[in-house]
Design a binder for this molecule. Structure first.
Ligand code: ADP
Ligand code: MG
Length: 619
């Protein structure tokens, strides 16, 4: 499996393929690797473009995809086709977005309010997974180009608060970008590793990681013992960061000058130019006391003291989060052994000072705060590559464990490489009205279709009370103990009916077979992901058809003959494309039917129908 590659940058032979570490950020992403001779992690700077790749994807009308600084330029000129902050949407449903539904410059589709969101760009539908994959592909290409060696494996970081579905989405994005994701690592854990914390199995420490990025703030309290990072608590604000500082400066300047206010109100290009000037001022004030520039002949001035006053409310909000995180962990600020600063916005001197004062000790900020997460990911990658014999690798499960969902898809519950013992679960619902049994089929393997994986067990959860489709709540939990025994339990929460089985996933499986299963998953990764997406589109379509037809049957008298006829045509169109159409064709037909029929439900006050249309279903 291991290929011998020659690294032309360092003129050395690399016996092992490099495993890169990736920080897939909301605002910026980076890729880093471990230098084979110097044994230091380095953020990759390909072609002198810088180490920071803005997490922005642009689709041209000709179908060309641009990522990074080149894409960022289109944020103003072509916002509908320029996707930013996609990480906020990863693994989320339209409902999850809450008040922020309309805050994107591009079109977020509401087709199935509990299903995962999709984004429409021109005539195509993209999932946040596909968009994140575009960013990962760019990082992979830059790494391959700079290191002159193939890059097929990676460690990717995620926020500590990411749930199962967001972690799975990140893995899938990696897969789609042609990367085998060896591990998903928490961003604060990676930052600690970059500072060398947690590498010594004998050390015991409690640390706080303060991460203020472009649009998000996270505080994590971690406990490290025997090389294990335990997240004691996390807090934060997913809409707070350096962008808010830029906005404060912009508003300050427009308050100062009517001419500037008018200019910005009338000309979006000027508004964007002013926003960039504001960011420039902010960055400059991290080094110097005063900033001066001009825009269209208007002078722009800002000094450090004024800036500090402007951003104090922002910093106060982050400190309130720190209080909450400590409270949840049951600890006092002084009890932190180490405080680590992460994220570009921690370069602001007042941020550094406030955080250090709060915790009563100077925070670590010697490493570049933009790069620190990617550097830690590269260290983790190096550990997984087996290059650090001094660090013990924890017991992990070698293959993913999951269950079958609609369309024969594998829904992974415990991802491969998870530390054991571990416990994970997910909630499901029924797909048909009055369904009283649910079949739970347990599989092991990395493929997206269960038929390609290994079946471990199957059982029926019986006695679910008859309810409309989508109403029952079935919790499926996987408990994998330290001996590798898996207990699967299913409980219907409304009635309390339960059922469980125990299996030994590794039983009768040789190392060679495990290796073969992993190899197969890599060779088939791309086709697997596209098959999955078509099946998911079909499932959405089938649910939609089922609900619409049932609705028309029940409530036909509230609809006009024209409405019924149009519905019939749209249903027929969807039925036509369903068996052979590609994902985009199917989703487009779903979208048409959805847009046409969604007013019906409200009209007849059948809100419950809408509810029944949603939720992840097992057949
Ligand atoms: P994310 O983790 O959200 O992707 P980053 O950690 O890359 O984001 O942080 C990006 C933010 O850091 C931007 O708002 C940027 O303006 C800010 N930033 C970068 N350099 C500086 C600096 N020297 N002083 C103040 N803010 C900075
Ligand atoms: Mg970050």
């Amino acid at each position: 499996m291991a290929k011998i590659a020659i690294n032309l940058t360092t003129a050395s032979i690399q016996k092992e393929e490099v495993i890169v570490g990736i920080d897939l950020g909301t605002t910026n992403s980076l890729v880093a690797y471990m230098h084979p001779e110097d044994h230091v992690p380095i953020a990759i700077n390909d072609l002198g473009l810088g180490t920071i790749v803005p997490s922005v994807v642009h689709f041209s009308s000709a179908g060309e995809v641009l990522v990074g600084d080149a894409a960022k330029e289109y944020l103003l000129t072509d916002p509908a086709n320029t996707i930013y902050s996609v990480k906020r949407l990863l693994g989320k449903s339209y409902q999850d977005l809450g008040n922020h539904k309309d805050s994107f410059g591009y079109k977020v589709i509401d087709d199935n309010s509990e299903g995962l969101v999709k984004i429409r760009v021109q005539d195509k539908f993209y999932s946040p997974i596909e968009l994140s994959a575009e960013i990962l592909k760019e990082l992979r290409a830059r790494a391959e180009h700079a290191l002159k060696t193939p890059v097929n494996r990676a460690v990717i970081t995620v926020p500590a608060y990411f749930n199962d579905s967001q972690r799975q989405a990140t893995r899938d994005a990696g897969k789609l970008a042609g990367l085998e994701v060896l591990r998903i690592v928490n961003e604060p854990t990676a930052a600690s590793l970059a500072y060398g914390i947690g590498l010594d199995p004998n050390e015991e420490k409690t640390i706080a990681v303060y991460d203020l990025g472009g649009g998000t703030f996270d505080i994590s309290i971690l406990k490290i013992h025997q090389g294990i990072f335990e997240v004691l608590s996390t807090h934060g604000d997913t809409y707070l960061g350096g962008d808010d500082m830029d906005r404060e400066i912009l508003e300050f300047w427009t308050r100062q000058n009517r001419l500037l206010a008018d200019l910005v109100a009338l000309d979006p290009n000027a508004a964007q130019a002013l926003r960039l000037k504001a960011e420039e001022a902010k960055k400059a004030l991290s080094q110097q006391e005063k900033f001066k520039a001009e825009l269209n002949g208007i002078e722009l001035k800002l000094d450090r003291h004024t800036f500090d006053t402007l951003i104090t409310p922002i910093i106060d909000r982050t400190m309130a989060s720190c209080q909450m995180a400590l409270k949840d962990a049951g600890l006092q600020p002084e009890q932190m052994d180490t405080v680590i600063m992460v994220g570009g916005s921690t370069r602001v001197p007042l941020v550094y000072q406030t955080v250090s004062d709060f915790f009563g000790k100077p925070a670590h900020n010697d490493l570049n705060p933009d790069e620190v997460v990617s550097l830690g990911a590269a260290i983790q990658a190096d550990v997984l590559a087996g290059n650090r014999k001094d660090i013990l690798l924890l017991d992990v499960t070698p293959l993913t464990l999951g269950i079958e969902t609609m369309g024969g898809l594998m829904d992974s519950i415990i991802p491969r490489n998870s530390k054991i013992p571990t416990k994970a679960g997910r909630q499901y619902t029924t797909s048909v009205d009055g369904q009283v049994n649910m079949k739970i089929s347990v599989y092991q393997g990395e493929r997206d279709l269960v038929k390609e994986n290994r079946k471990l067990a199957e059982f029926d959860l019986r006695g679910i009370p008859a309810m409309p489709a989508g109403f029952p709540k079935v919790d499926v939990n996987f408990i994998l103990n330290a001996d590798g025994i898996l207990k699967v339990e299913a409980v219907e929460l409304r009635s309390g009916v339960r059922q469980e089985v125990e299996v030994k996933p590794q039983y009768g499986l040789t190392d060679e077979q495990v290796e073969q299963m992993l190899m197969d998953s890599i060779t088939h990764a791309r086709e697997d992901v596209s098959t999955r997406m078509v099946i998911e589109a079909r499932t959405t379509a089938e649910q939609m058809l089922y609900q619409v037809e049932r609705f028309v049957e029940k409530n036909g008298e509230h609809l006009s003959p024209e409405e019924i006829e149009l519905t019939r045509q749209n249903v027929q169109r969807l039925r036509e494309v369903l068996p052979t159409g590609d994902k985009d064709t199917i989703l487009k037909a779903v979208d048409v039917l959805e847009e046409q029929t969604s007013p019906f439900a409200e009209r007849v006050m059948q809100i419950s129908i809408k509810k029944a249309m949603t939720g992840k279903k097992i057949e």
